[in-house]
Design a protein around this ligand. Structure first.
Ligand SMILES: [Zn+2]
Ligand SMILES: [Zn+2]
Length: 261
């Protein structure tokens, strides 16, 4: 059994001290605000447990009236065709999450990076007649990578792999950065650093307080969740707090609204 200290004090302050040191060189995007208030929720899927949760998650998303984006690794898209078809039939978006979800994606060479991205696109087109429009790096991107942006630009893909605010165009590629945590601006507001980090664990109360803070101050909110960890009641609790002037959109809908404006 793992030991967890569930005190928000430790979670807040230890991470507040540790993260700026660990992530001091993180590339943080400062983009333009959207005119409408928008929330994008994406689901990053790279283990069997994430895939196993998708059918019930799709029911829950339909109940909440949410269209979202699923970032899936090629290995899993290859293995679970029926799930991919279901996601697409229900009107959600699938984005490229690399083929094999390498741990060190940010530091692999250009050819390997190309191969990771291209083989996913090929699989989706050949098997599902679907062309993904966007990319989410495995484990997100920490440093600016001209190589990555060049590859994405050549293929006309948008990116959502960095942390930051608003929407930006980097090296000709639309970047929809993940919204930072109000307490820990170097990391995105995710379930993982609140509840899955070893030893220090936040409380639900703290998580939802921070969520309300984001809802009050950010016009564009872009977050990802891990399907395996997020229960229906947790998602419902998040959605309940969203004011009516927000619209839930898929990431690609936001990109389209930029070009049509
Ligand atoms: Zn992932
Ligand atoms: Zn945080």
């Amino acid at each position: 059994m793992r030991l967890h200290i569930t005190l928000d004090f430790f979670h807040k302050y230890l991470l507040k001290m540790a993260l700026p040191i660990m992530l001091h060189d993180r590339f943080i995007v400062a983009g333009e605000s959207t005119r409408r208030r928008v929330i994008c929720i994406s689901f990053d899927c790279e283990v069997d447990e994430d895939i196993g949760r998708i059918p019930s998650l799709l029911d829950e998303l339909r109940n909440e009236g949410i269209q979202s984006s699923f970032a899936i690794s090629g290995n899993h898209a290859n293995k679970y065709s029926a799930i991919i078809k279901e996601i697409l039939e229900k009107g959600h978006e699938i984005i490229n999450h690399s083929f094999s979800h390498p741990k060190n994606f940010g530091s692999i060479n250009e050819n390997q990076m190309k191969k990771e991205i291209e083989s996913f696109q090929t699989l989706m087109v050949d098997r599902f007649r679907y062309t993904p429009k966007g990319f989410r790096a495995p484990h997100l991107m920490r440093k600016y990578s001209r190589t990555l942006f060049n590859i994405l630009k050549e293929r006309g893909l948008y990116d959502s792999s960095y942390v930051g605010r608003g929407i930006s165009k980097i090296d000709g590629v639309v970047e929809l950065p993940l919204t930072p945590c109000p307490e820990h601006p170097q990391v995105c507001f995710d379930y993982w650093h609140h509840f899955q980090l070893p030893i220090i664990k936040s409380s639900f109360k703290n998580f939802f307080n921070l969520w309300e803070l984001l809802l009050n101050r950010e016009p564009f909110i872009n977050i990802f969740l891990d399907p395996q960890f997020v229960s229906d009641s947790f998602l419902n609790e998040m959605v309940q707090r969203v004011h009516h002037d927000f619209k839930f959109l898929r990431l690609y809908d936001v990109v389209k609204s930029l070009t049509s404006a």
